[in-house]
Ligand binder design. Structure first.
Ligand code: NDP
Length: 453
């Protein structure tokens, strides 16, 4: 089979078709990765045709090929003495503007396609933060649900045996993602430290007492709402009294909900993999605390005991009428039918806390109807931005105050917003997808060109 691909076309549409044909041939059966590349290619190709040096240098073809993919065996022992085997991965996608950086995901759905899509998106997201970090992602098909604390510890230790030789503060700095929170980062870092016999900032998302940054835990959810406020302010609108749908009940969803409540928005829902918790009058801080407690104990939202809520078993939030939607759970959680329902209910904006939560046809429909759409690579970049701030603090051996980090997060989200406006404006309308993709691409592409091939 022909593995190389080389496109010559005289317009963006034909180039896109040829490019995607080649990409699918090189990466068979990787539908999530195809989806992420298709979305970027479609949106930046007109810009590449206006700036042909990027086409001549074949930057699109080069940027969609990871620098390397590391895959390793993870053997560990469960509490009953059974030997278990999982697969670990690290996709080091692009280090043109800084060391590889991106989260680790522990979830049974993890496979190479999902990690390639996430690593690819991470290149653009990290570039948008204006901080010197390249793109990567990793994880395992290990399912942490129902596992004891000791089992989690043994799995993390075994995972790091496979990973440690490939990471380091100037090489690749992993962080958390789905299934990897501060407990897992601590076990991973503890093992890294033993194996390497050195204390360096090779992971972010660490606890404050051993080199973590204030606000890192909150940064993705808070950043999402800061970004949303920038968008709304740009249109002389605000969040006050706006009905909002949040999906997910994990890290991103919890802090997005907290910030929405602080901005007097009315959060109608949170959800998990089993159903949706609906609160007609809007979530209060007390109700959110109950959600956080249940989820940290490994429970389900169906167990919440509160007279103000209704639990919708097996349902997603998107059929409920609201002004704005904040998908904060996982990829492709908003399907085309959900988008139609949102639009039918007069939803005015979709702001992505999760990575790639809206299917391609859904994004196309939102764009066609000129509904506000904030892509995850811009809207959820707050987490990785504060991870990079954690790296800076570790490098100079200093700790910033909470206020200083929070102010920095707000500045970064504002600067991402301004980049989107710079590259995505068409008259009064701002296409945040186009703006984020071009701004994120340009910086990395220029660095790649300056290095030669
Ligand atoms: P968590 O593991 O903390 O929470 C994930 C939440 O999503 C849980 O409530 C989970 O439900 C729910 N969920 C997972 N899979 C599904 C599914 N298939 N259908 C419905 N619900 C599902 O993860 P995070 O909050 O950290 O991450 C959420 C999203 O945000 C991901 O896309 C992640 O890549 C992205 N992101 C996270 C960042 C971070 O800093 N954490 C940074 C940037 C992006 P249950 O509890 O039942 O498992």
């Amino acid at each position: 089979m022909e593995r190389d691909f080389f496109c010559i076309a005289d317009n963006p549409e034909n180039y896109h078709e040829c490019f995607m044909r080649g990409l699918k041939k090189r990466n068979p059966n990787e539908k999530e990765f195809h989806q992420a590349c298709d979305e970027i290619a479609k949106s930046i190709l007109p810009f590449l045709f206006d700036n042909p040096k990027y086409l001549e240098e074949k930057v699109l073809e080069r940027i969609t090929e990871p620098d390397r993919i590391i895959s390793f065996k993870v053997n560990w022992e469960d509490d009953n003495g059974n030997i278990r085997t999982n697969r670990g991965y690290r996709v080091q996608f692009n280090n043109s503007i800084g060391p590889y950086k991106g989260g680790l995901r522990f979830h049974p759905s993890v496979n190479q396609s999902i990690l390639k899509f996430l690593g690819f998106e991470q290149i653009f997201k990290n570039s948008l933060t204006s901080l010197p970090i390249g793109g990567a992602k990793g994880g395992s098909d290990f399912n942490p649900k129902g596992r004891s604390d000791r089992e989690i510890m043994r799995f993390c230790q075994a995972f790091m045996i496979g990973l440690h030789r490939h990471i380091g503060e100037d090489v690749d700095v992993p962080a958390g993602d789905i299934g990897v929170g501060s407990r897992e980062i601590s076990y991973l870092f503890g093992q890294y430290k033993k194996l390497e016999n050195k204390f360096t900032g090779a992971l972010t998302g660490k606890s404050i007492e051993y080199g973590g940054s204030p606000v890192r835990t909150e940064a993705t959810g808070y950043g999402l709402i800061y970004f949303t406020k920038n968008i709304l302010e740009h249109r002389s609108e605000g969040l006050k009294d706006k009905a909002c749908l949040v999906s997910g009940a994990g890290n991103v969803a919890q802090y997005a909900t907290k910030k929405l409540i602080a901005n007097d928005a009315k959060v109608l829902t949170m959800s998990d993999s089993r159903g949706t918790l609906y609160c007609e009058n809007g979530f209060t801080g007390d109700l959110l605390d109950k959600v956080i407690k249940i989820k940290s104990d490994g429970g389900s939202l169906s167990e919440i005991d509160d007279s103000t809520v209704e639990y919708l078993e097996g349902k997603k939030p998107w059929a409920i009428a609201a002004d704005y939607a904040f998908p904060c759970a996982t990829q492709n959680e908003i399907e085309l039918e959900d988008v139609k329902e949102l639009i039918g209910n007069n939803c005015k904006g979709v702001f992505e806390g999760a990575n790639m939560p809206v299917v391609t046809e859904g994004i196309d429909l939102l764009q066609e109807k000129k509904i506000l759409y904030a892509p995850g690579k811009a809207a959820n970049a707050g987490g990785v931005a504060i991870s990079a701030i954690e790296m800076s603090q570790n490098n100079v051996g200093l700790s910033w105050t909470r206020e200083r980090v929070d102010t920095k997060l707000q500045e970064i989200m504002k600067s991402i917003h301004d980049s989107c406006v710079e590259y995505g404006s068409d008259g009064d309308f701002v296409d945040y997808q186009k703006g984020a993709n071009i701004a994120g691409f340009k910086k990395v592409a220029d660095a790649m060109i300056s290095f030669g091939i």
